[in-house]
Design a protein around this ligand. Structure first.
Ligand code: HSE
Length: 288
């Protein structure tokens, strides 16, 4: 029988959540990744702290038999930009510890732990499973996404913390606004499930969070409008921001240039990456 691994890497894709009206529900894994290396530590090694320790407590609380571990994180998912960097770390640690412990938990149990740590399943589900996901706290729908669909990703220099971006949200929304969100979110789910990406055009309108978060990111609406005029199907604030994404099936470079120019008009600057959906999700590899 092969001995237990001592060190593993977990490659986890960054994600884009909400997609406009699918607040706390929709997510897509993207072709940008962090690699989290988790290694059994010798007795007396300095303990991990903060988010790294919190993920370990969640894992050992469910799996038992705690041991000391170290964590090293590399990759190109930017922090505090609404691209799921925190979930890459949490999923990397949970899946990494599970592999080091010889898989006491199923993938579904690991995913539940990541969702609980994140507080919502929209980033956790695609990071672990890949593709497009629609997730409640109990049920996840997942489907693969075609590489013809480009996610033109404008990453502003300015960071936004999710906690701050949730504080600006209203406690209640009018019924008419909620109905519009249900209509648009249903069309987005249908578009991904049926791979009828034409249905995305005009479906990203949101009344739950973007209008309130726009004050944290001057030019948000104008960037989306500019990308759409340049040929995109539409656009939205990625997760809680600050990244803005326009989805397109044609001329992604033109869309990206238009988005960046619109942000510049409002005093902002940022990097454009043309990404596609990642359909693999998290990948665990034994190192030693
Ligand atoms: N859906 C969350 C929000 C962010 O918009 O606050 C990602 O989990």
């Amino acid at each position: 029988m092969p001995r237990s691994p001592r060190s593993v890497t977990v490659s986890v894709p960054g994600t884009t959540a909400n997609l406009g009206p699918g607040f706390d529900c929709f997510g897509v894994a993207l072709t940008t990744r962090n690699v989290v290396r988790v290694t059994r530590a010798d007795a007396g090694a300095p303990p991990v702290t903060g988010m790294l320790a919190e993920a370990g407590r969640a894992f050992f609380g469910k799996a038992g038999k705690p041991f000391a571990y170290g964590v090293d994180i590399r990759g190109d998912v930017p922090r505090s930009r609404g691209l799921g960097s925190s979930v890459t770390v949490r999923a990397g640690i949970i899946l990494g510890l599970n592999a080091l412990a010889d898989d006491p938990l199923t993938q579904a149990e690991c995913l539940n732990l990541v969702c609980a740590l994140e507080g919502h399943p929209d980033n956790a589900a695609p990071a672990v499973l890949g593709g497009f996901t629609a997730a409640s706290n109990d049920i996840i729908f997942r489907t693969e996404v075609a590489s013809s669909l480009k996610f033109v990703t404008l990453i502003p220099e300015a960071e936004i913390e999710t906690k701050a971006a949730r504080r600006v949200l209203p406690k209640r929304v009018p019924l008419g606004d909620a109905v519009r969100n249900v209509q648009n979110a249903s069309l987005i789910a249908a578009a991904f499930a049926a791979k009828r990406y034409d249905l995305l055009a005009g479906a990203f309108g949101d009344t739950f969070h973007q209008p309130f978060r726009a004050k944290l990111l001057p030019g948000l609406n104008q960037v989306i409008e500019a990308g759409t005029r340049a040929g995109a199907l539409g656009g939205y604030l990625s997760g809680s921001g600050s990244t803005i994404i326009c989805i397109t099936q044609k001329t992604p470079e033109t869309v990206g240039r238009a988005m960046r120019a619109a942000l510049a008009k409002h005093g902002g600057s940022g990097e454009v990456r043309v990404l596609t959906a990642d359909n693999r999700g998290a990948v665990v590899r034994r190192v030693s």
